[in-house]
Design a protein around this ligand. Structure first.
Ligand SMILES: Nc1nc2c(c(=O)[nH]1)N[C@H]1C(S)=C(S)[C@@H](COP(=O)(O)OP(=O)(O)OC[C@H]3O[C@@H](n4cnc5c(=O)[nH]c(N)nc54)[C@H](O)[C@@H]3O)O[C@H]1N2
Ligand SMILES: Nc1nc2c(c(=O)[nH]1)N[C@H]1C(S)=C(S)[C@@H](COP(=O)(O)OP(=O)(O)OC[C@H]3O[C@@H](n4cnc5c(=O)[nH]c(N)nc54)[C@H](O)[C@@H]3O)O[C@H]1N2
Ligand SMILES: [Mo]
Length: 747
């Protein structure tokens, strides 16, 4: 939607776009019915994002939530007849968009190399063959068990139990590419890996920071919360190299009056546009200006009581900040001192501040240090563990946080393993397993030989596309538990299986009852989710039943009653209650409307890290040096995609229609390269070892982005991300910082 001042997020455009998505999926009738039960009591949890439900963010209407539901409830199917028609090579030649459009998987399939086709196989037969191969590998560490973040708590708990009883901690997950940096930073600073705020805190905050996040597209239900805040007069500070239309102007699609009058709410009151990767410098600048304000009015700016009682490391931190020069801060952040000071003064005037962030912070080399600097900034004025204030990493997948709570991690704590051992009577492996990047490296050298995926699209979501593909092809076995066809199914190991599962919207009939599952949102609320739709095929099994089937076939002498657990998920919840802190009376608690709050130690000002205090952590500012002509490329999501799933080819808010191979550039950088608007360019990256990577044929689009920076969509650009280019301490691929040359195609 356009207004006099440019594009507006939400509004009528959102209504039209979601209608189109449902028509395309032929999900109109059933989809609308399904939607009535999304995020409602007795209904199912939205498979979109992890933003919690609340008064202002209930899914009365959410364009991208609707697209996610439409994609899952499509009536199109990918059945054995489909696979008989297409060779894997033929399918691999199709686009990701085409693959997604073919519909829901209906039967378990096994790859037949001789005909290069997937052929149907009975469930029990598939389990038996996979179990046989896994046992035959000898060493349990030769298998990696990947998880994407939609998997329910019940399925996730069983899956990690299976992996650990089998004998490995190789549990890479999508978090490794997502909020791992937040977990590492927060655990070290405040002794918990999760956000400290609840949704109610947004009602009393008097200043919000939104750093490296594009909620208009990726967390649309957050927009209702932000709009309410603005109506109360709460200032919002956006920190983002791109001027995101969704952060500037928004109409709630439910808000018919505003829509008719075309009167959007102006969202961000302050907009800082750092260089890509310039956040650490910018945040140090904000801390420096706050310390300067304290020096000017001693005792009136900092929360000395908090600093004294609750923190350590303040002196070292403050000394480092004071010695940082404004010249370096301005150069490395790309933001003028006056703008930083203005926002710092707003921060000092505000009594209750929440800082939100997402991938713009986590997928950079200095991600962990930058997130710790956000925490430092909050702590200077005691903005942690009190009403209306705190740290809010905004999670991605709808249950990615819950999966971690259930033990999906390659680095389990000793306490967790002790509880598991006590509850199930086997000795789980104690050494750390492989994360995503390590798993790819270990597959590449033949150390990991089997790859099992509980959801996701590993081949497309991971960095260094070509190398990851080689690594997967080198495996003895690849298994994908999936709802829809994707690229990863076409990159097969020597033996390969697709195991199709129920989606969250579907009825999951086991033991004659429609089983409930549970999920945890971004603010530690756990609640039940019950599917309401008839399954896409009668041959589908739930993720829970698939894990149980695999485990039974792989571990004949198992101590876990797999078959019973898979017939009654309440029994799984009883076991979770035994192992995971905070889940006592789990089955009773999920009967409360809206579920229950797990609590957050830092939110209570209890510090569970090594020193027993919240830590101020200093970080040196190292100059970022690029080669002559290189730009800092960030890779991001369009409005019409869910990670590797493409719903369409538009990015309405950013003015892109019918295409995805687009690179956003500053007009000055285009002029310097003699590029006209729409001209085709190749993106070329070189890594430290001199290996050249290329993504050809992108259209140059002038955009409001700082000079020296560029942006393009993922997964098309994943070939450019070197496997070795990771965030310090979290090993997260630096998807938001890839040095590239932009060259005219064919030049
Ligand atoms: N509809 C929809 N919803 C989704 C998803 C989806 O694909 N589609 N994905 C889900 C998942 S798994 C996740 S993790 C979240 C992702 O949610 P986001 O983190 O909002 O997603 P991205 O598109 O990666 O965008 C990150 C933002 O960071 C900015 N940015 C890039 N580099 C920098 C930088 O160096 N500094 C700063 N300050 N900002 C920077 C970009 O301009 C962009 O606005 O959304 C979840 N929700
Ligand atoms: N360059 C670049 N790369 C990135 C990112 C980036 O910003 N830039 N972002 C990273 C981030 S934040 C993330 S989280 C990862 C995402 O990585 P993944 O989670 O691996 O990828 P998705 O695209 O979300 O997975 C989509 C597939 O999941 C399956 N699926 C959908 N619903 C279900 C379900 O209910 N059950 C099961 N079993 N399967 C289901 C479908 O088959 C679908 O094709 O990508 C990362 N990669
Ligand atoms: Mo994510």
């Amino acid at each position: 939607m356009k207004s006099a001042k440019g594009p507006v997020a939400g509004g009528l455009g959102a209504l039209i776009a979601s209608g189109k998505a449902m028509l395309r999926e032929r999900a109109m009738v059933s989809g609308t019915a399904a939607l009535l039960k999304v995020n409602q009591p007795g209904g199912f949890d939205c498979p979109g994002c992890a933003w919690p439900e609340g008064e202002h963010s209930r899914l009365d209407f959410c364009e991208n939530g609707l697209k996610a539901v439409a994609a899952e409830t499509t009536t199109k199917i990918v059945d054995p007849a489909f696979f008989a028609k297409h060779t894997v090579k033929g399918l691999a030649a199709q686009s990701d968009f085409w693959l997604e459009q073919q519909g829901r998987l209906t039967h378990p399939m096994e790859y037949d190399a001789a005909s290069d086709r997937y052929r149907p196989i009975a469930w029990e037969e598939a389990f038996a063959r996979i179990g046989g191969i896994l046992r035959g590998l000898g060493d349990p560490d030769r298998t990696a068990f990947y998880t994407s973040g939609r998997t329910s708590n019940e399925a996730a708990f069983l899956y990690q139990l299976f992996a650990r009883e089998f004998g490995t901690n190789n549990l890479p997950d999508c978090s490794n590419m997502c909020h791992e940096s937040s977990g590492v930073a927060l655990n070290d600073s405040i002794g918990t890996g999760k956000g400290t705020v609840t949704l109610a805190d947004f009602d009393s905050a008097d200043c919000l920071f939104i750093i490296g996040q594009n909620p208009g597209t990726n967390h649309p239900r957050m927009m209702g919360t932000l709009q309410q805040a603005r109506r109360r007069g709460t200032p919002i500070v956006a920190v983002n190299p791109l001027r995101e239309p969704g952060l500037q102007r928004f109409i709630h699609p439910k808000d018919a009056m505003a829509m008719l009058a075309n009167m959007p709410t102006d969202l961000a009151t302050h907009y800082l546009t750092p260089l890509v990767g310039g956040d650490l410098a910018l945040l140090k600048g904000l801390c420096k200006a706050v310390l300067a304000a304290e020096d000017a009015r001693p005792g009136q700016v900092l929360d000395h009581a908090f600093i004294r009682a609750h923190s350590e490391g303040f002196e070292t931190f403050a000394a480092d900040i004071r010695s940082e020069s404004w010249e370096a801060i301005e150069r490395e952040s790309g933001v003028p001192r006056v703008e930083i000071e203005e926002v710092a003064h707003l921060y000092c005037r505000s009594k209750r501040v929440i800082a939100c962030w997402a991938m713009g912070l986590t997928q950079n080399k200095k991600a962990v240090a930058a997130i710790q600097m956000v925490v430092n900034l909050l702590m200077l004025r005691g903005n942690l563990g009190r009403e209306g204030a705190g740290a809010c990493p905004v999670r991605g997948h709808s249950n990615v946080q819950g999966d971690r709570t259930m033990g999906i991690t390659e680095k389990p704590s000793a306490e967790f393993l002790d509880s598991l051992e006590k509850a199930f009577g086997f000795a789980p492996p104690r050494g750390h397993g492989a994360d995503v990047v390590e798993a790819i490296k270990e597959m590449a050298v033949g150390k990991i030989k089997a790859f099992i995926a509980m959801g996701g699209n590993f081949a497309a979501a991971t960095p260094d596309g070509d190398r990851t593909e080689q690594a997967l092809r080198g495996c003895e076995l690849t298994v994908h538990v999936s709802t829809k066809l994707n690229r990863s199914h076409l990159i097969t190991g020597r033996r390969a299986f697709i195991l199709p599962c129920l989606g969250r919207s579907e009825i999951d009939l086991r033991g004659r009852r429609n089983q409930q599952v549970t999920v945890e949102d971004s603010m530690s609320m756990v609640h039940a989710s019950t599917g309401r739709k008839r399954p896409a095929s009668p041959h589908l099994l739930s993720e829970v039943a698939i894990v149980a089937g695999l485990a039974r076939a792989t571990l004949p002498a198992s101590r876990v009653p797999w078959a019973d657990l898979a017939e009654d998920y309440a029994l799984i919840r009883e076991r979770i209650a035994e192992v995971v802190p905070g889940f006592d009376d789990f089955n009773a608690k999920i009967r409360q409307p809206g579920g229950f709050y797990l609590g957050n130690s830092a939110g209570r000002r209890e510090w569970k890290n090594a020193g027993g205090k919240a830590r101020f952590v200093a970080a040196a500012l190292e100059p970022i040096v690029l080669r002559e002509g290189e730009l800092r490329l960030m890779t991001l999501r369009s409005h019409d995609q869910y990670n590797t799933t493409l719903y369409g080819l538009d990015d309405r808010y950013r003015g892109v229609f019918g295409e995805r191979r687009v690179v956003f550039l500053n007009a000055a950088d285009m002029r310097a390269r003699g590029l006209a608007e729409g001209e085709k360019v190749d993106l070329v990256g070189t890594d430290s070892r001199g290996m050249v990577r290329m993504a050809p044929g992108f259209k140059a689009k002038p955009y409001e982005i700082p000079i020296g920076c560029a942006a393009a969509y993922f997964p098309e650009t994943n070939v450019l991300v070197p496997l070795e280019s990771v965030a310090e301490r979290s090993n997260t691929p630096t998807s938001k910082f890839i040095p590239v040359m932009v060259r005219k195609s064919g030049a």
